[in-house]
Structure formats: structure tokens, C-alpha cells
Write a protein that binds this ligand. Sequence first.
Ligand code: ZN
Length: 261
Amino acid sequence: MAFITDNPVGFALAIFVWVPVAIWIQGTLNLAIMAEVDFLFFVMSSFMMVAVGYFTATAPTPGIAWLFFSIAWGQVVLAHPIRTTVRKIELSKIDYDQADKLMDQIGRTLSLVSVVRLGEILRQYGLPGHAVAILDRGLQGKPKQMYASEYQTLASWKRQPLAHQDMRPLACDRCNELNPPGEIFCRRCNNKFLLAFIRATVLQGRTEFKLLIAWTVLVAVSVLVLLSRRFLPTWAFIPLALILIAVGVVVVMKALMRGRR
Ligand SMILES: [Zn+2]
């Protein structure tokens, strides 16, 4: 009890450091169940957070307590945008699959409902010029009375000004042919070349995610090495530190290889 009155700030830090620890463990467990992170990453980073909590609670000086307290909260603050990214990746995957199916449908029978839906997806992924051109082309020669809502959609898309670069032809990811707006299938090889531009968003999100994993593993290895240094004799500490570094390398490598097709 004397500890509380002697050092109220240290006591508060020792209590409140467990909040981010709990948030982290619960959050990464969810991601591990969703298979967005490796199970090993969940175990390692959770141990790390508990160790950070322990170091905060037992810090010999207030400066060290603050340092570990900040590491714990910093991890949670960093992880927040990453969870948003994971959600964005999940949604992009759904959009990608849907765009793929819509293109197949349009290839079989030109359904204008599918063209509109495809256009909406393309607009969302930064291809508004191609969306307008595809719908424009789909509506060519179609009577206005019968396709009133599609014409209305086209007009509303056209109201938003297009930049010059929105109308640029896009290179096919299979054969490199430049395809002008209005094409759904590559003019040379019939590939669904627009899909590559939806996938680019997914891959970009994954890069941020991988950076966080690499950073977390770096912090985790440092903190866990520190923890084993405190509790283990030197003969046990050195091999354990080497094992931790090796596990860290494996986790980072697995994260880097993830999502490659
Ligand atoms: Zn092609």
C-alpha cells in the first residue's frame, strides 16, 4: 500500500498498461482466427505485450515505466489503421470476385444491369473514365425510354469531371496491349485486364500490413530478449535469444510471402 501513496503515477501506469495488452491479445487472436496473421505471430506478439506490461509494472525508474507504457499503447495505436486496412482488403477481395463474375456475365449476354454494377466498382477503384466509357458503349443504340435509369446513371457519372489521365489506355497485365476506355476484355488476348487494377489496391493494403508485422516482430524480439536476459542464466539466455531471432525471421518471411500469387 505504501507503494501506491509513494508513487501514484507508477501505480496508475502499472494498472493501465494492461488495457492495451488486453486489446492487443483479443485483436490479434481475431486476426489469427480469420487467418489474416500467422498463429505464431499472435503467440509471439501476445507474449511481448505481456512482457511489456510486466516491465511497466516492475520498472525501477519512472522513465523506464513510461517507456514500456508507451510501447504498449503505441502498438495498439499502430494496429488500428492496420485493422481498417485488413477490412479494406477483405472488401477488395469481394469486389474483385464480383467484378470477375460481372465481366463473365457481360461477355455472355450484354446485361446493362451488370455493366452499371461493374462501372460502380471501377469508379470505386479509381477508374471513372473506363466506367463511363463502358456504360456509354453498352447504351449505344439503346432506346432512352427503355433504359431510363441506366441513362440517368451515365449522366450522373458524367457530371463528375474526369481528369485527362482518367481517359488513358491501360496496359494489359498479360500481353501489355494498351486498351482504351470502353474495353472490358483485352483487344489482343481477351484477358480481363481491368481486374489487375482492382488487385493493385489489395496488394497495396497488404504492404502496409506487412510493415506493421515486421515492426511488431522487431519490438517483440527485443522485449522478449530483454525479458529472458533478466530471468535466465547466461548459458540459457544466449540460445533462447537466438531461437527468438530465428522465430522472428520466420514470422516476417511468412508475412512477406503471404498473398503472392
Ligand atoms: Zn492482353
